[in-house]
Design a protein around this ligand. Structure first.
Ligand code: KE4
Length: 455
């Protein structure tokens, strides 16, 4: 059954579930959302502007959001949900955080885009460098995809080498060279992970198993002096949450240095999230380049790539590596980022311990309920990002994550939606908690999970 029809079938279950199976369901039927979805499908493939939003992996219909505030999303039918995906990471301070909204409003009155230099760019860059001392120089772009795509081009330009290493289960945006699956052996050429990616492009990407240093050594042995960089999510978020094994990141650092390759930490998801200085601060590893996004823009389109000045200075207009962007350094994105990062810096001593505590109550609280219900569940968490894998585990790489019962996750997801808790709509995504999540949200989530797991 095509995914779309399967989803509709599941949706019928959801709607009937709403109507008959449980009167105390918190959520009113999605009438307006269904109308809006049908309208959206006239314009967008799958009715969405990013695939994961279509709920294909979990069934049911995606509610259409009309507004968001704090830890809450409000849909077109007057329903409210505790938000546990936080726009996929940016909303660490919660939705419509007043200082961020005010900063955007004030900046908008002075013009929305100049296409010219302005002080706001260096003002945000100064904050980035304060949090990420390894970022000696940087360049702003408008998405994490652009940041990662540009970083690997720069690594290739700096080293004069064509091969790159990425890891299965890690996602770095949708640039051709990064939509690549593992070849047959760990050191063989990558194969396209999407239609439209030429084999010639994929073959220069080596997709290796995460948390496996021997595979990295083997790749360099098979391609001596040919690998430009190792690109890695220091804590994987895109296979669900998978922490690095002890010594793993330090091992990547050692091998990259020994082999004359650049180590690029993709901190688009972990930056400012796991700590003010991201994973590189948390695990004490210094990369050659870092990519950032999400929290960086406070919810507006913004990414950056940066690191060693001797590498960054190869970028046009100084050097031969070209990269550009109409809206790079956009004044509203800079203002939102400055307001967000300034707040995180000023309140860091209370914010990160609070995120650790509240996320622990949620993630480990549900893990305990699963144990009581006899449901196999592996909970991987680092700070305020986590994933409940429906498998006995452990989950240490993409292969073990793939052993999860994604159908069980889908049923759990639908039950939680009906109870007013909006989880990321895929087993292979990370959930995120914000500073706006408090005890009321914790209680609602645990109560919803208790009922969902019992079924
Ligand atoms: P964007 O181009 O989506 O801004 O960033 C790409 C990217 C790069 N690196 C990491 C570690 C990322 O997690 C992402 C994007 N994350 C996904 C969530 N898994 C964005 C959600 C979506 O694709 O709609």
């Amino acid at each position: 059954m095509p995914r779309k029809r399967a989803r509709l079938a599941a949706a019928d279950e959801t709607l009937s579930y709403t109507g008959s199976m449980r009167s105390e369901s918190r959520i009113k039927p999605h009438v307006q959302s269904l109308n809006l979805e049908r309208r959206a499908e006239q314009f967008f493939p799958g009715g969405v502007n990013s695939p994961v939003r279509a709920f294909c992996a979990v069934g049911g219909h995606p509610p259409f959001v009309v507004r968001a505030e704090g830890a809450t999303l409000f849909d077109a039918d007057g329903n409210r949900y505790v938000d546990l995906f936080g726009s996929w990471g940016p909303m660490i301070l919660g939705h419509a955080f007043p200082p961020v909204v005010e900063a955007i409003r004030e900046a908008a009155g002075r013009g929305t885009s100049f296409g010219a230099s302005h002080a706001g760019e260096a003002n945000l860059a100064e904050l980035v460098r304060r949090c990420f001392p390894s970022v000696e120089k940087m360049r702003f772009v408008s998405s994490g995809t652009e940041a990662c795509m540009s970083a690997i081009r720069l690594a290739r330009g700096f080293t004069g080498r064509n091969f790159i290493i990425k890891f299965e289960g890690c996602y770095h945006g949708h640039a051709d060279a990064l939509l690549v699956k593992a070849g047959s052996g760990v050191a063989t050429f990558g194969i396209p992970g999407s239609a439209g990616v030429p084999a010639e492009t994929a073959q220069h990407t080596l997709a290796l198993p995460y948390n496996n240093l021997a595979a990295v050594e083997a790749a360099f042995a098979a391609h001596p002096s040919q690998i430009a960089c190792i690109l890695v999510e220091p804590v994987v978020g895109n296979a669900g949450t998978i922490p690095p094994a002890p010594g793993y990141l330090a091992g990547l650092r050692r091998i990259a240095t020994e082999q004359g390759a650049l180590l690029i930490l993709d901190e688009v998801m972990t930056g400012f999230r796991l700590s003010l200085g991201g994973a590189q601060q948390l695990y004490g590893v210094t990369p050659d380049l870092t990519t950032l996004g999400k929290v960086l823009g406070g919810g507006l389109p913004c990414g950056t790539f940066g690191g060693r000045a001797d590498v960054m200075n190869l970028l046009a207009p100084l050097g031969p590596v070209y990269q550009a962007g109409t809206l790079s350094g956009n004044p509203l994105a800079m203002a939102a980022g400055i307001a967000t990062i300034t707040h995180l810096i000023e309140r860091q001593s209370e914010i990160y311990p609070q995120l650790e505590r509240v996320t622990g109550e949620i993630a480990e609280g549900v893990a305990e309920l699963a144990r009581e219900a006899g449901v196999p569940l592996t909970t991987n968490r680092v700070g305020s990002m986590f994933t409940w894998f429906f498998t006995a585990g452990p989950v240490t790489d993409f292969a073990s994550a793939s052993a999860s019962d994604s159908e069980a996750f889908a049923r759990f997801h639908r039950r939680m939606m009906q109870a007013g808790v909006w989880l990321p709509p895929s087993q292979y995504e990370a959930a995120f908690v914000s500073t706006a999540h408090g005890e009321a949200e914790v209680e609602l989530i645990l109560e919803a999970a208790r009922e969902a797991l019992a079924e």
